[in-house]
Structures are given as C-alpha cells and as structure tokens.
Design a protein around this ligand. Structure first.
Ligand SMILES: [Zn+2]
Length: 210
C-alpha cells in the first residue's frame, strides 16, 4: 500500500484488510503525512488507503477495527483516517512508543484516538484473534484469521520476509535485547499451523512449515 526509499533501497509497506462476519478490520495503516523528517529521509510513495478500500466497495467509515501490529511510523501513520474504529494495540507497545525517538507520536496519540490496549492473546471479533508476538518490538502483535479453508496468519513484522520466517528467523530485525524472544515468537507463530502467512514488508506469503 506504500513504499519508502531509504539509503537507495525501496521498502514496501503493506496493510491488510480482513472482512469478518461482524467487523471490517484493517491491520496497520501505513506511513502518514506531514512529518518533514520522514518525508526527507524516506521519500514515501503512497497508495491511498481510501482508494484501496474502494476497490472492495468499502469506505474508511466501514472500518470498525484497526489493529496496529506495532507503532513504528510505517505501521500506524494513518490511524486518524478511521475515527470510528477501535484501535487495538498491545500495552507493552504503547509504553515503548511513548519513549523518545520510537515513532511519530502524533500519528497514534491524538485527540479522539480510540486506543484499546491488550496484554497477550485475545479474540477481538468472531474468528479473528490477536497473537502477542514480541521481538521486532516489545509489544508486536500478529493476527490469526479463521477462514472456511483454514487459518491465515498476518504475521506482520514478526519476521521481515517469508523466506526468513520459513528458516526460523534472523535476529537482525529484532529490537535490541529481544533477539531470543524474536526467534521464540517465530517458532510459536508456526505452531498455529496457518496455511498462509503474510508480512508487512514482503508481498510473498509463506506457507505452513514447522
Ligand atoms: Zn517495524
């Protein structure tokens, strides 16, 4: 849904839409606008979320739940486009994000943000479960979705790529001090036996492996 250029490298940033029985959920909201530092350093190129939703016949007001996998600037930047949505974030992530230089604070901490903090795993609507998956950040979370054809996991940035996930993880993407946790998380996520696994920065889906 967006990409950023950093040190001449293009990094894709994906958000995921889940249409559940009684809720429309958006997992992550991409890079926001108006921050001079982000514009200068990353030169983001955006595909507006409203346009992407329109492809499915949806308006931003149809989104009832936003899940932030974590609060780095490229995952929560457009939360404000969804004033009617409840925003689910892990309590540990919210604490981390309120420390200096972690993210763009105003992109998640603004008047009227309906932040709903969670500690650990939780079913948020029928068939959709948050899974605590710390490692990349202190309060990273992933989303497990039950479908008629089996479980789908949006791992988000619990691993950087499908290939990395499948070989068990590479701690270069871990938050400092959480390297072991990062690897443990990948192994725990694999135990859900999801048949398709999706990532924030890789358009390739992983398939079920142990
Ligand atoms: Zn991140």
């Amino acid at each position: 849904m967006a990409s950023v250029n950093y040190l001449e490298t293009r990094i894709d940033v994906y958000a995921y839409l889940v249409i559940a029985k009684s809720d429309v959920l958006l997992i992550d909201t991409g890079v926001g606008e108006g921050n001079r530092y982000i514009e200068r350093i990353y030169e983001p190129c955006r595909s507006p979320i409203a346009d992407e939703l329109a492809r499915y016949g949806l308006l931003t007001t149809d989104v009832s739940v936003v899940v932030n996998s974590h609060l780095h600037f490229d995952h929560c930047g457009n939360n404000q486009l969804f004033p009617g949505a409840e925003i689910f974030v892990q309590a540990d992530e919210l604490s981390a994000a309120r420390t200096p230089r972690y993210t763009v604070t105003e992109w998640f901490d603004y008047d009227g943000a309906r932040l709903n903090t969670v500690s650990g795993d939780m079913e948020i609507t029928a068939g959709v479960k948050l899974l605590s998956s710390p490692g990349h950040t202190p309060g990273h979370q992933s989303v497990l979705v039950e479908t008629d054809s089996g479980n789908i996991l949006v791992a988000a940035q619990a691993a950087y790529t499908a290939e990395e996930y499948q070989r068990g993880g590479d701690v270069t993407q871990a938050h400092q001090g959480l390297e072991e946790q990062y690897l443990r998380t990948i192994s725990q996520l694999k135990s859900n036996m999801a048949h398709e696994i999706y990532f924030s920065h890789d358009s390739t889906a992983a398939t079920c492996t142990r």
